[in-house]
Design a protein around this ligand. Structure first.
Ligand SMILES: NC(=O)c1ccc[n+]([C@@H]2O[C@H](COP(=O)([O-])OP(=O)(O)OC[C@H]3O[C@@H](n4cnc5c(N)ncnc54)[C@H](O)[C@@H]3O)[C@@H](O)[C@H]2O)c1
Length: 466
């Protein structure tokens, strides 16, 4: 086989990467990876940008965020302070003033008072799924984007659901519990293979669609209901109504967000629409199921079993009781057979934690070094294509401002002596964010540019990266 003939310009740039196409490699991907001698293809390398401010950037990582994240930030030249614990509001107020970025999990509360004390803070990373521990609106108004990792644990949840489908179908939680109590109770009545059974997925998003693929591999037939039309994976089929799904499925599993429309979306009426002897699984949010109604359906035998991982009220710490003081029906649920209760562990795996660490660290670095806010939960999402290594005197302007008329005119007047190579701006609520790459800015002009833009009347925060 001869080398693939591709017309490739010979690079003249010292920064260009040379990738060769070897005639002995079997696939085009391998040829690109091997990078052996031969015809060359030049790839324009992005320039590594840094904040122009003289001061080194300081990061505070709390709640035992992974050492991999610490190493990654240190390798980029950031100073990192790391603690296994969370901090109280008072502690944060005294310490946060010297940090440019903070990484937290769910225990540290970033309140309005903390944000007011955070005079240098540029960005907040929530190394978890939720962000309600942060005052998102105050953060946005202070020009601080907040990043999280909402989908890193989708696979972990999907795998838990698969295990629950089989556990319910084979009643092995009951049998295992009996064995621990010294009871041998081998039986096949009411125990089923999952092969050939119908799984009904409510909400075909990140988790629902992963689950669809796994379930088909087990020989299940998959139906799903979603408010959005979605291309089904494999042989799955979208149905028009929740009722259609409930009336056909042997297992119903919920993967919708908590919204007013999804609160108690499974209650007495919907449980009655489910097939007799079917099972209900809820790993979504606690209020999606009306649990007293489910208890009635389980007691009557209409529903053969349930797995519940999420509850309307959940204890705030490990070791805290899960009883009627928190949810009035807890003991009634705990005494029912073939009901699996788990303490919100759907997304709790080592893999998910690793992915959360990688995703949030990368988002913080991208924002600090390149100004990219894509993925922020409280902030306009803006990014620009990279400045290349050849473009030595290019400067990136990152300007967070109040979303009022006339701002772009003022900023563009400041930029008018230069060639604005690219520019992008977006707004979210009261806050807007402009990124612009400016060509041929002398080191002397950089500070002047920043000062002039910072002085415009809507300015919240202006950074220059070069
Ligand atoms: N148990 C856990 O540990 C755990 C972990 C991660 C996520 N979750 C929860 O799982 C749920 C799903 O997460 P995801 O990442 O797949 O979300 P997602 O946003 O990717 O998907 C949700 C899907 O639900 C659909 N939907 C919204 N409203 C609907 C309605 N009224 N009827 C039908 N479909 C509707 C959306 O169109 C979307 O396709 C969320 O509630 C999330 O909080 C739980």
């Amino acid at each position: 086989m001869s080398a693939t003939p591709i017309a490739i310009p010979q690079s003249t740039s010292p920064h260009a990467v040379t990738i060769s196409l070897s005639p002995t490699s079997s696939t085009i991907h391998e040829r690109f990876r091997k990078n052996s001698v031969g015809t060359s293809l030049s790839v324009r390398m992005p320039k590594v940008l840094h904040p122009v401010e003289n001061e080194d950037l300081k990061l505070l990582l709390l709640e035992n965020i992974s050492q991999d994240a610490v190493k990654m930030f240190e390798a980029q030249g950031f100073h990192v302070d790391h603690s296994a614990k969370s901090m109280s509001e008072d502690e944060l107020i005294t310490k946060i003033g010297s940090y440019h970025a903070i990484g937290i999990r769910s225990k540290t509360k970033i309140t309005e008072k903390v944000i007011k004390a955070a005079s240098k803070l540029l960005v907040i990373g929530c190394f978890c799924i939720g962000t309600n521990q942060v005052d998102l609106i105050t953060a946005a108004k202070a020009g601080i984007p907040v990043f999280n990792s909402p989908f890193s644990n989708s696979r972990s949840v999907a795998e838990l659901v698969i295990s629950e489908i089989i556990a319910l179908s084979r009643q092995y939680f009951e049998r295992g519990w009996e064995m621990r109590n010294g009871i041998w109770n081998k039986q096949s009545k009411g125990c089923w293979e999952v092969r050939g059974k119908t799984l009904g997925i409510v909400g075909y998003g990140h988790i629902g669609s992963q689950l669809s693929v796994l379930a088909e591999a087990f020989g299940m037939r998959v139906l799903f209901y979603d408010v959005v039309m979605i291309m089904p994976l494999g042989q799955a089929r979208q149905v028009d109504s929740l009722e259609a799904l409930l009336s056909e499925a042997d297992f119903v599993t919920l993967h919708v967000p908590e919204l007013p429309e999804t609160t108690h979306m499974i209650s007495t009426e919907q449980l009655a629409q489910m097939k007799k002897g079917s099972y209900l699984i809820n790993n979504a949010r606690g209020r999606v199921v009306d649990i007293p109604a489910l208890i009635d359906a389980l007691k009557s035998g209409h529903i053969a079993g349930a797995a519940i991982d999420v509850f309307p009220s959940e204890p705030s710490a490990n070791g805290a009781p899960f009883d009627n003081t928190l949810n009035g029906w807890a003991s009634a649920l705990q005494t029912l057979p073939n009901v699996i209760l788990t303490p919100h562990i759907g997304g709790s795996t080592e893999e998910a934690q690793t992915m959360i660490g990688e995703e949030v660290s990368a988002a913080l670095s991208r924002y600090l070094n390149y100004g990219a806010s894509v993925g922020a939960v409280n902030f306009p999402e803006v990014d620009l294509r990279a400045i290349t290594a050849e473009q030595g005197r290019h400067v990136r302007v990152c300007h967070v401002h109040n979303n009022i008329p006339g701002v772009l005119k003022q900023v563009n007047e400041v930029l008018s002596p230069y060639n604005v190579e690219k520019q992008y701006s977006d707004s979210k609520g009261d806050v807007a964010y402009l990124m612009a790459d400016i060509a041929d800015v002398s080191p002397h002009d950089i500070n002047r540019l920043r000062e002039l833009i910072s002085r415009t009347n809507a300015n919240i925060l202006t950074r220059l990266l070069a």
